[in-house]
Design a protein around this ligand. Structure first.
Ligand SMILES: [Zn+2]
Length: 444
């Protein structure tokens, strides 16, 4: 953490040198230990001998599909096998449980509806924790008691946010995960009882809490508020500030790296953590775009030596600013993330109220053998899941039904919402936007 603090006092040039040094070190490691990268780079005429003369832009990009299709060869740790990790995920729902007591496993379906896995070794994970504490949470220690941290989001699995929040150092803080998939009254009650010092979670979840605070259903006074995962719009920011009397800090994190950028005290742009990542904004043909222009993000994660991502195609659009931030930090900034906003599905509960199914529950749905899916609300209380399955169809369908039943039970929607499953071979993108639509709510 001390080293991280020092980094923010470096000059832009010194920071660049540090990034290059770390990039070359990672590249050497990857060319030594990942069979996928060895083969892939060799096809592009690059071997370990070329490291000194190579910059990141000379390397070909990688996609989620490449990574997942060659997973066992992709990782640098030969112990890791996709099949075994998926078995672990089917069994373990506790985000604090480490795979073989050692690795942190993060999974996501993402907005594309297909599974991806990200594994972090203990050293990789330590960098994440230090970055988050030093640059995002920046906790003010309470000398008489532990800091109370709440996290609102998907909580019953190995998702990025909850895995990180529930791994806070036990001597310093304690964490209460608040499931976004619990009834509103439960959320309100737990929030009031715990009375958190730090409120963190999905922007939409924190926004929901701020609305509950404004209605008088919760009465908390958090010292800091951290929003991540889904987009924090100006309207949301305004409501949160109104409810809690504080500006939320926008924090950019994902399964690919659990800490990529955060807002400074000026609450304008997000500072990219370029000492531990390389961020490139590119156009549809993967050519770099000029600073100030929107581009798709290519991510190079410089601290994950277990499952290294080099020029990985993210599904996020960013605008990297030309001018440095007025706060004096050498870390470059991006404007607020557009991200992708998925839709809430609203249904009737058994006691005649309306409650929602949060998109993140579907975005992060994991069922072994479920390759891709789309959710369509076909009636007021009916939804259709179109699924592409792998392996024994009956077993996978039963597992999907069971997982969805758990989710509905969490929201007390299990007796009112009817679920239909349809096995398909392909799910086309939305013809209007050309993008994949994970959730389609009922019109009107
Ligand atoms: Zn700044």
């Amino acid at each position: 953490m001390l080293a991280l603090k020092k980094t923010t006092r470096l000059s832009v040039e010194q920071l660049q040198n540090l990034q290059t040094k770390r990039f070359k070190k990672l590249l050497r490691h990857v060319l030594q230990y990942s069979r996928f990268y060895q083969r892939y780079y060799k096809q592009h005429g690059i071997t370990i001998k070329d490291i000194d003369n190579i910059s990141v832009a000379d390397l070909p990009t990688i996609s989620k599909e490449m990574m997942m299709d060659h997973y066992d060869d992709f990782v640098c740790d030969r112990f890791l096998k996709r099949k075994n990790i998926e078995e672990f995920l089917s069994r373990s729902k506790d985000p604090r449980e480490k795979y073989h007591n050692n690795y942190t496993v993060i999974h996501t379906s993402g907005s594309c509806g297909t599974l991806s896995l990200f594994v972090y070794g203990p050293d990789d994970w330590a960098v994440i924790k230090a970055l988050v504490v030093a640059r995002v949470v920046k906790p003010v220690p309470h000398f008489t008691r532990k800091i109370k941290l709440s996290f609102i989001g998907a909580t019953d699995g190995h998702y990025a946010g909850v895995s990180l929040a529930s791994d806070v150092p036990g001597l310093l803080a304690c964490c209460l995960p608040l499931s976004i998939n619990s009834p509103l009254e439960t959320l309100d009650h737990n929030c009031n009882t715990f009375y958190p010092d730090v409120v963190s979670g999905y922007s939409s979840g924190v926004h929901l809490l701020s609305q509950e605070q404004l209605k008088g259903n919760i009465t908390i006074r958090p010292e800091s508020i951290i929003c991540t995962s889904d987009p924090l719009t100006s309207e949301m920011r305004h409501t949160i500030k109104q409810a809690f009397g504080r500006e939320p800090v926008n924090f950019y994190a994902g399964s690919e790296s659990l800490t990529m950028a955060a807002q400074c005290e000026r609450h304008e742009n997000l500072h990219l953590f370029t000492d531990w990542h390389i961020f490139e904004a590119v156009d549809g043909d993967l050519r770099p775009v000029a600073a100030g222009t929107p581009g798709n993000l290519l991510l190079t994660n410089l601290y994950n030596y277990t499952q290294p991502l080099i020029r990985y195609q993210m599904h996020d659009e960013v605008v990297i600013n030309e001018q440095p931030c007025g706060c004096g930090s050498p870390l470059p900034t991006i404007r607020n993330l557009a991200g992708r906003q998925e839709e809430f599905l609203w249904f009737d509960t058994a006691d005649g109220k309306r409650d929602y199914l949060h998109p993140i529950v579907l975005v992060e749905l994991f069922v072994a053998g479920l390759k891709k899916f789309q959710v369509i609300q076909t009636q007021r209380n009916e939804m259709l899941m179109r699924v592409i399955v792998d392996g024994n169809q009956e077993t996978v369908l039963a597992a999907i039904r069971q997982r969805m039943q758990e989710i509905f039970c969490g929201k007390k929607l299990d007796t009112t919402v009817k679920l239909n499953l349809e096995v398909v071979q392909d799910i086309p993108n939305d013809p209007k936007t050309g993008k994949y639509k994970l959730i389609i709510p009922l019109k009107n």
